[in-house]
Ligand binder design. Structure first.
Ligand SMILES: [Zn+2]
Ligand SMILES: [Zn+2]
Length: 334
């Protein structure tokens, strides 16, 4: 036989603890609530409680804020929040209260809520075209090129990643000019990160300048311009630096080139290149496709697929067709 103990107060429900049912037990906990106010940014959903804006985990800040709007007896404290609902005009909490005499007691409470709407500082910056730094993407030859658009795309992708962790990391605008692209950034530190990204991916040179943008709180405000010049040459391009050199390959920090005077391979670091006085002689390579007619004993008979002219080349090829790059009257395989 199972004896069901009834609650000693209401006499209806099953007793749960100290002879009381859950409902009568909860009634033993006395608490009051204060009205709570919070502000939501209609543009991004960020939440302001008191003075600070919260861009992530707004729910947990609201719940914590709601807890601080509960006034309890000195014998009670909130042990944990079992569940919560954030409504339009109240926050409902299902709490576990730790009471000195009764132990853990479950208690539901609703905190009256008033939600105000206000654009957050980050959204104000974005809509106000705020910026701290400008990335000026340019080519080495000063001609607008596709390489700039590739670089822009990787910067945009990179900034989207940063923005997930910091709403102040944003691109406020991108201007397309005839000489290149200007990318305006909300946060100056991001420009330094972009410099590193570009140095990893491109053979480029970076120059940073700062200019006074105004004063705020008796401090000078500076804006930073990062001029990034990307080498826009390709294999087969010709540069001059003491000798005529044909570019063989370009990596992020070195150019490998053939000295057209003696066929030697030279390596130029980006520091050397941008410090030195190299001139671009030919940007678009002069490339011809040849059909390999025969190839043995260290030489090949090649036929120009366009002019059908046959030449002898001092090298063996295993391919049926080969691209050669011309400089002057000489051809080079790369
Ligand atoms: Zn009861
Ligand atoms: Zn916002």
């Amino acid at each position: 036989m199972v004896i069901v103990m009834k609650c000693i107060i209401c006499g209806k429900n099953e007793a749960y603890k100290s002879g009381l049912c859950r409902s009568c037990l909860a009634d033993k906990i006395h608490l009051k609530t204060e009205n709570m106010e919070l502000t939501v940014c209609p543009k991004c959903g960020a939440v302001r409680l008191g003075k600070s804006w919260h861009y992530d985990n707004a729910d947990s800040f609201i719940v914590r804020g709601a807890e601080s709007h509960i006034i309890m007896d000195k014998n009670d404290r909130i042990s944990r929040v079992k569940s919560y609902t954030i409504g339009e005009n109240q926050v409902s909490l299902d709490l576990i209260i730790d009471d000195k005499n009764l132990g853990e007691v479950e208690k539901e409470v609703s905190i009256p809520l008033k939600i105000g709407k206000e654009s957050c500082p980050v959204c104000n910056k974005v809509t106000g075209s705020y910026y701290e730094s400008v990335i000026q993407l340019r080519t080495y030859t000063t001609e607008y090129g596709k390489i700039l658009e590739e670089a822009r795309d990787s910067i945009v992708k990179f900034m989207k990643g940063l923005n997930k962790n910091d709403p102040n990391s944003f691109i406020s605008r991108i201007d397309t000019l005839k000489e290149g692209l200007d990318i305006y950034l909300g946060k100056k530190e991001d420009a330094v990160k972009i410099d590193k990204l570009m140095e990893l991916d491109y053979f480029c040179n970076i120059k940073i300048t700062k200019s006074l943008a105004g004063r705020k709180d008796s401090k000078d405000l500076f804006r930073y311009t990062h001029l990034i010049r990307i080498l826009d040459l390709v294999p087969g391009s010709i540069i001059y630096g003491g000798a005529y050199l044909m570019v063989k390959s370009i990596r992020s920090n070195t150019i490998e080139a053939i000295n057209t005077a003696n066929g030697n391979i030279v390596t130029i670091s980006s520091k050397e290149f941008f410090r030195g006085s190299y001139r671009v002689i030919l940007k678009e390579p002069d490339r011809e496709t040849f059909i390999v007619l025969s190839s043995h004993d260290g030489e090949s008979q090649l036929m120009d697929s366009r002019t059908f002219q046959i030449i002898t080349f001092k090298k063996e090829f295993t391919e049926k067709e080969i691209d050669l790059y011309r400089y002057g009257d000489k051809f080079y395989p790369l």
